[in-house]
Design a protein around this ligand. Structure first.
Ligand SMILES: NC(=O)c1ccc[n+]([C@@H]2O[C@H](COP(=O)([O-])OP(=O)(O)OC[C@H]3O[C@@H](n4cnc5c(N)ncnc54)[C@H](O)[C@@H]3O)[C@@H](O)[C@H]2O)c1
Ligand SMILES: O=C(O)C[C@H](O)C(=O)O
Ligand SMILES: [Mg+2]
Length: 438
């Protein structure tokens, strides 16, 4: 099946008679479109207007859908609007107050002169900033724009919609304020210095879409130098969720993950961290491939085996995970019967789950399903709740197990809108963090 990525709202008017919407749905389906949400905007005596969200893979396909609908008797497409662009108009986030100023005494209490006594209290006892400010509940979402999704080095400003998205997810799933910080340098010394200089205003640092290999040095140095949790989401958030997904898939397939041969295609930020997590977990053989020798060397240094080619990896491995950013890299002919395949590149996977399953895979998923959104909000919530100074491997492992426990039977991972998953991850991480602080 084609990769679907264009999302449009079709405003469709049909006669107010049963059976007409079925014609709309069939026409869209016949043209290969995928229907999402349907909202009824108006039910009139003669006609009904609905907003039908539709996903398709090309402008030509969209035109064919609109043409097919307009070709139906008494059915008209009144407008086509771009839902995705609309959702981003004016940006997706806004910092707002928790308190109203309704009187002069409110003003004097929350602002000057009242605020001065709070400032002095924090000056005397700096740890009280955790109680009297929002710092402890605020995380910087730091990017240098060098690996925005799989779109490459498109710069921090072009990556801002992703950072705003992460901020929305932090707020909705974990009640955390996430503030995007867009860097105009990817020089590790400058990134580390900049983040260190702003870090006192934050309870944690989420590094996002910073490319490899400089992401490794940046994260390591910041973790060493800062006394607050620092985590590169594309490395560890992804590794946590991937471990959870392969644990569930292995369980369904009746395979002991530790005895399985796992192949990692692409050993950049996400791929190396996934491999390291699997090795730490106890997987006996983790194989990998990458175009860059330096990435292969890193895998070797953590105990993995480098394959000579993608074909060799696909032949050898029971479970294959891909994070290359290369659309369609895995051909159906390479899939081995019964394999578990997670093609995690966004926005385009290395092989679609439909193609992988058709080619004989036992389980398959892409990066929309197996996505670090299931990890980072709860991981930071738990770490901030515990006042943790860092995010450790046992905390990440606890997060992965919490995701497995929150997964419904038959699914690889939980639904990202299931609030239970984020609070379970948070509780599991907090429990371990508190133990480690003891
Ligand atoms: N689903 C998720 O939650 C999730 C999370 C993080 C990253 N990702 C996706 O993973 C992809 C990579 O992200 P990253 O941050 O690791 O980027 P990165 O640039 O650090 O790593 C990509 C790696 O893939 C390698 N590569 C490229 N083409 C290859 C090929 N043909 N064969 C083998 N290796 C190849 C590169 O050499 C590089 O080492 C992106 O598309 C991103 O969207 C998904
Ligand atoms: O942002 C996402 O959807 C996941 C991940 O962080 C990525 O870079 O692809
Ligand atoms: Mg990312």
């Amino acid at each position: 099946m084609a990769i679907q990525n264009i999302i449009r709202s079709l405003i469709v008017e049909t006669p107010s008679k049963p059976g007409n919407f079925a014609k709309v749905a069939k026409a869209i389906g016949d043209q290969g479109g995928d229907i999402g949400d349907i909202k009824t905007l108006k039910i009139g005596t003669l006609s009904t207007i609905r907003d039908v969200s539709c996903t398709c893979d090309s402008v030509e396909q969209l035109d064919a859908i609109v043409g097919a609908l307009n070709g139906l008797e008494d059915i008209t497409v009144r407008a086509v609007s771009d839902d995705v662009m609309k959702a981003h108009e004016g940006g997706k986030i806004h910092m707002s107050r928790k308190i109203d100023v309704r009187s002069l005494s409110d003003l004097r209490r929350i602002y000057t002169p009242g605020v001065a006594s709070v400032c002095q209290e924090i000056e005397r006892s700096p740890e009280k900033a955790n109680y009297f400010t929002s710092i402890g509940n605020t995380v910087a979402i730091v990017t240098d724009g060098t690996a925005i999704l799989g779109l490459g080095n498109i710069g921090s400003v072009a990556g801002m919609p992703v950072m705003e998205g992460k901020s929305v997810l932090f707020d909705q799933f974990a009640g955390i304020s996430g503030i995007p910080i867009l860097l105009d340098t990817s020089n590790p010394d400058e990134v580390v210095e900049t983040v260190k200089h702003i870090s006192q205003g934050f309870g944690g640092i989420l590094l996002e879409d910073i490319g490899s290999p400089h992401c490794f040095e940046i994260e390591e140095r910041l973790k060493k130098d800062l006394n607050i949790p620092v985590m590169h989401d594309d490395q560890h958030g992804t590794a946590v969720v991937t471990l959870a997904a392969v644990l569930s898939a292995s369980r369904y397939a009746g395979v002991d993950l530790k005895q399985a041969v796992v192949g990692q295609v692409g050993l950049g930020a996400a791929g190396l961290a996934i491999s390291r997590m699997l090795i730490e977990y106890g997987v006996k053989e983790v194989c990998g491939s990458d175009l860059q020798e330096s990435s292969c060397d890193r895998l070797r240094s953590f105990g993995g085996t480098v394959m000579n080619s993608l074909e060799e990896l696909m032949q050898k491995c029971d479970i294959v995970i891909a994070t290359t950013g290369v659309k369609g890299l895995i051909k159906p002919s390479m899939v081995r019967k019964g394999q578990i395949i997670l093609a995690l590149s966004n926005p385009y996977p290395e092989i679609t789950p439909e193609e992988a399953l058709q080619a004989g895979a036992a389980y398959a998923a892409d990066g929309r399903l197996v996505n670090n959104v299931l990890g980072f909000p709860g991981i930071f919530r738990g770490a901030l709740n515990a006042n943790a100074k860092s995010i450790t491997y046992p905390m990440l492992l606890a997060a992965a197990n919490a995701i497995v426990d929150a997964t419904h039977n038959g699914d690889l991972v939980p639904h990202p809108l299931d609030p239970n998953v984020h609070s379970s991850v948070a509780k599991a991480v907090e429990r371990i963090a508190l133990k480690e602080l003891d």
